[in-house]
Design a protein. Sequence first.
Length: 172
Amino acid sequence: MSEPTSTKNLDRSGSAELPWSRARDLLATQTPKENLTFFVGTVRPDGRPHAAGVGAIWVDGVLYFKSGPGTRRARNLAANPACTVSVRLNGIDLTMEGEARRVTDPAILERVAAVYRDGGWPATVDGDALTAPYSAPSAGPPPWPLYRLVLERAIGVASAEPYGATRWDFTP
């Protein structure tokens, strides 16, 4: 994952711009070990928004999440890969924008499955997707396709010192 190509201080109370490293390092240390809920926002075919909680992880500078193939999220992403992913990390609320791309590379699938296992979810690779003895009830039966977020923009609002609000733009 690259560093931001531009940043903008969104804080109107005089706080300094937040460094991307603050959000990035929290993603790296808090996933998948912390009990975090990520929310993926997608767009329905009729243009209405859809959001759902998902177990996501940050691996080697990339955010990954899975989705049951029959879920509204997966159907929306198949028609329009634009999405948002939001999470409350320790001391910073983070919203990321970009496109979800399906991951089928066996080496990446295995690497992500290993990180999920390290975090306590017994994921394994099944063809070009992930499987496990259990998942969220709304995910449907395995295997579950894996997606990576191609990050285009992120917005962080600090809820702990040092306070601030910043937008980071990335070149995908």
